[in-house]
Design a binder for this molecule. Structure first.
Ligand code: NDP
Ligand SMILES: O=C(O)C1=N[C@H](C(=O)O)C[C@H](O)C1
Length: 252
């Protein structure tokens, strides 16, 4: 038997689609203890009352900042899957962390290992192709478009192309309906599909003379997010400050 106490973990959005899978995964892990499962209308003080050391947030973009302010100011590490983070929000999180330098916050657009690799492979491939476009496909209950994963992928692809001095992508479109060419993120077109029956999927399409490459990832079940979340939960206490993405924890 181990003499190390289990890490005390709380979950926010515990009754949601992902939160339910995370509660199951935490409960099944011998080195973790689920001490608070909080959803809408439950008080955040459940985490302080139950001495949570790390809290996982899978709630909604409208409420995640309030959750972070409370948790950071109470010295609790946070692993965040909720989407909707722009530079302004990240700066606010950094400011709260500056005032609580012992606290670690991990914000990841996608915790599925394959999705992280999809982003990495797209970043690596981007400079070798004339054109890159992203299609993300999700269940119709999703609040945000484009997905956090697609926005992050586009950022990485755009930055890799800029660093390599790539020419602008060829596109002769001179007339189009609004939205027909998708949204532009860091110079990369992103197209969002919302379809009953889907979970979370992404294709990065790359093309150049005489060839195309498609990098595709599919989360076919929300349990796909659990291993990455648990990796974050187990490590965030040793990473004070803000960590973006689980890439560094995967040693990518
Ligand atoms: N980073 C990643 O790997 C992933 C990120 N996500 C993101 O995670 C978020 C949640 O996704 P998903 O589980 O599908 O969404 P759900 O709507 O299924 O779950 C969210 C849960 O949070 C609850 N909730 C809402 N407001 C609060 C609040 N103030 N305090 C506590 N709980 C609250 C909701 O309650 P109610 O239903 O009553 O509103 C619901 O139970 C989204 O932003 C999504 O994009 C999703 C998958 C993977
Ligand atoms: O809302 C979802 O479902 C998902 N959200 C994240 C995103 O916006 O990228 C991660 C994954 O795609 C599932």
């Amino acid at each position: 038997m181990s003499d190390t106490a289990a890490l005390r973990v709380g979950v926010l959005g515990a009754q949601g689609k992902v939160g339910t899978a995370i509660c199951e995964a935490v409960s099944a892990a011998p080195d973790l203890e689920l001490v608070a499962a909080v959803d809408r209308d439950d008080p955040l003080t459940d985490f302080t009352d139950n001495k949570a050391q790390v809290v996982v947030d899978f709630t909604h973009p409208d409420v995640v900042m309030g959750n972070l302010e409370f948790l950071i100011n109470n010295g609790i590490h946070v692993v965040v899957g909720t989407t909707g983070f722009d530079e302004n929000r990240l700066d606010q999180v950094r400011a709260w962390l500056d005032a609580n330098p012992e606290v670690g916050v991990l914000i990841a657009p996608n915790f599925a290992i394959g999705a992280v690799l999809c982003m990495k492979f797209a970043e690596q491939a981007a400079r070798f192709f004339d054109s890159v476009e992203i299609v993300e496909l999700h269940h119709p209950n999703k609040a945000d478009a484009p997905s956090g994963t697609a926005a992050r992928t586009a950022d990485l692809v755009g930055a890799a192309r800029a660093a390599a001095g790539c020419a602008p992508m060829p596109d002769a479109t001179s007339t189009s309906l609004d939205g027909a060419r998708g949204a532009e993120v860091n110079g990369v077109r992103v197209h969002s599909i919302r379809l009953a029956g889907l979970v979370a999927h992404q294709e990065v399409l790359l093309g150049t003379q005489g060839e195309t490459l498609t990098i595709r990832h599919d989360s076919i079940d929300r349990s796909s997010f659990a291993p990455g979340v648990l990796l974050g939960v187990r490590n965030i206490g040793q990473r004070p400050g803000l960590t973006i993405g689980i890439d560094p924890l995967m040693e990518l």
